[in-house]
Design a protein around this ligand. Structure first.
Ligand code: 13P
Length: 252
């Protein structure tokens, strides 16, 4: 286990209403009291319908709020039902999840993800860029080539990489209670960092989070991988207790 402070980012997905503010309050209280946490690294990515409401109700800036997707077009436009990075920034989002496999499964390509990243970066949102292989790709040993393609086709050398945090989320581990073997996961995280350095000819590695069935039990074994810079937590972030238990057990 390392003492280096990590990101704990919740992805609420399509969950929550105004009453869910009590979850935010509870997490907020916990972070406020807990001196050892880096307050800037606790983020909840909530539905768009709640960002502004939560932002206004939160009297402090302890928890950061994020969105979970946007349209690639910046500003305003004739895109029925869509929301742009510009609009999300204006209502108080600081982060945005892009390239999540649940959106890729609905047809979002690497090229679309790239356009979304460009608009989010233009709006000074911090991007949580999701990559990960399906079970079929893992079984056919295509994992590394899939990850490389996702990175290569969605990022460009000129992007401000300090604004981008990677989230490695194997599709087969999302909501399944399955996580990769610790040594395999360690190798993948190292691979992503190295590949990034090679692709973009830089000495700096990106921050890489792990996401997929993270809970208060498996967090202890995940904490042994020092290269992981934090976690993207789905289901368990929809409960203040479960989310807090994960952070508690990580630092225990
Ligand atoms: P679960 O933690 O529910 O498996 O979801 C992970 C995820 O998709 C986070 O983005």
């Amino acid at each position: 286990m390392t003492n280096k402070l990590k990101y704990f980012i919740g992805n609420w997905k399509m969950f929550g209403d105004f009453g869910s503010f009590k979850i935010i309050q509870e997490v907020n209280r916990y972070i406020y009291k807990n001196k050892r946490l880096d307050k800037k690294k606790i983020v909840l990515c909530v539905p768009n319908t709640l960002i502004h409401f939560f932002k206004k109700k939160l009297k402090s800036n302890i928890i950061s709020l994020g969105a979970q997707n946007c349209h690639f077009h910046e500003g305003y436009g004739a895109f029925t039902g869509s929301v742009s990075a510009t609009m999300l920034k204006r209502i108080g989002a600081e982060y945005i999840i892009l390239g999540h496999s649940e959106n890729r499964l609905e047809g979002e390509t690497n090229q679309i993800v790239k356009k979304k990243i460009i608009s989010a970066l233009n709006q000074k949102l911090k991007v949580i860029f999701c990559i990960g292989e399906t079970f079929k790709e893992k079984k056919s040993r295509k994992k590394f080539s899939v990850l490389r393609k996702q990175i290569k086709s969605s990022l460009e050398k000129k992007f401000n990489k300090n604004q981008i945090i990677f989230a490695y989320e194997p599709v087969w581990s999302i909501g399944t209670n399955k996580i990769p073997k610790i040594n395999e996961l360690e190798n993948i995280i190292k691979f992503i960092k190295k590949d990034f350095r090679i692709l973009f000819k830089t000495g700096n590695s990106p921050k890489v989070l792990y996401g997929g069935s993270v809970n208060h039990k498996n967090i202890k074994s995940l904490s042994s991988i020092t290269e992981i810079d934090g976690f993207l937590i789905g289901g368990a972030s929809q409960s203040a207790k479960k989310f807090i238990d994960i952070i508690e057990n990580y630092y225990k």
